[in-house]
Write a protein that binds this ligand. Structure first.
Ligand SMILES: C[S@@+](CC[C@H](N)C(=O)[O-])C[C@H]1O[C@@H](n2cnc3c(N)ncnc32)[C@H](O)[C@@H]1O
Length: 299
């Protein structure tokens, strides 16, 4: 996070601040991120997730996931370097991880090879889970990946196919209402003059229109990668879930843990305005009328 600018306008001091919400927007190329991105992301997430995941996003995800019974079959969609797959496997789950990025799947497999937990990883597009049998999993998770997946509606359908009747889908994502890629930011306004407390606003635009956003990441000296993320409204996700036979049963807007305070000054602000959303949905038994959409959500 960094201050992007400070200006005095009409007696108010206005700062626009990069949101830095810990998201990574999905890669552009067919095969996955440019060489080097996988290594960078693997190092960033390590075996426990980076501070944003550990102290903000994952606690929200696990609050809905609850206790995992040993032996539970879990699919980790957009598993990245597999750190969450590994956490779940250590808790006794039988885990399969899928990700479109070959470099990340290779990293995840390397971690599995050096410390085997019985996880299998597949290089797959989430909207085409070829080779995974229907009704196999009791739980599917997607941690910060759905907004990076180009065909999110296809992925939501495909995940419904491979999850058993009554099974669950628990996923986190950038909050569609408050973290709209480059089109959202914090604004701090100090009205009046010295001594007045600053007021923090979250400013967003272009919420309703689905759109993609390109991002340039500087990995190191002279090394950049362009990635893409996809903004869709809350309505899009609700409709896509319903159309695929999911029923939303719960929702959490993660709050930072106390440890978060040392990491970013945004803690207080995120207490007031969440940057992430976790949704828990249940798979309706097949044969029940699931699709109630008059028209398919636009993307
Ligand atoms: C922000 S990363 C999150 C990774 C991991 N779940 C984590 O929490 O560290 C988003 C992931 O989604 C993956 N992804 C993007 N598009 C995908 C697609 N169409 N199918 C499967 N995975 C995809 C990316 O390769 C990346 O690993």
């Amino acid at each position: 996070m960094g201050l992007r600018g400070g200006d005095i306008k009409g007696g108010r001091l206005i700062y626009a601040i990069d949101s830095g919400s810990g998201r990574w927007r999905g890669e552009m190329s067919e095969r996955g991120p440019t060489e080097g991105f996988g290594a960078w992301y693997d190092e960033k997430q390590g075996d426990t997730g980076d501070p944003w995941h550990r102290t903000l996003i994952d606690p929200g995800l696990f609050s809905l996931l609850g206790t995992i019974e040993p032996g539970t079959w879990i699919l980790d969609v957009g598993c990245g370097n597999g750190y969450l797959s590994r956490r779940l496997a250590r808790e006794g789950a039988r885990v399969v991880g899928v990700d479109r990025a070959r470099e990340l799947i290779e990293r995840a497999r390397a971690r599995e090879a050096s410390d085997p937990l019985g996880i299998t990883y597949h290089e797959r597009d989430a909207a085409h889970l070829d080779g995974l049998e229907s009704g196999t999993f009791q739980v599917a998770i997607a941690n910060m990946s759905l907004m990076d997946i180009e065909d999110a509606q296809g992925a939501i359908r495909e995940i419904a196919r491979v999850v058993a009747d009554g099974g669950r889908f628990v996923f986190s994502m950038s909050h569609p209402c408050f973290d709209v890629d480059n089109r959202s930011t914090w604004d701090i306004e100090v009205a009046g003059g010295p001594g007045n407390p600053p007021v923090v606003f979250r400013k967003i635009t272009n919420y309703r229109n689905p759109h993609s956003e390109r991002y340039t990441w500087k990995l190191g000296e002279g090394q950049t990668v362009i990635t893409t993320g996809y903004h869709r409204s809350l309505e899009f996700y609700a409709h896509a879930l319903r159309e695929a036979g999911w029923v939303i049963v719960d929702m959490v807007e993660p709050r930072p843990l106390p440890e978060f305070v040392g990491i970013r000054i945004q803690r207080e602000w995120i207490e007031g305005i969440p940057l992430h959303l976790v949704i828990e949905a249940r798979r309706e038994p097949r044969g029940l009328p699931g699709a109630r959409l008059n028209s398919a959500p636009r993307d």
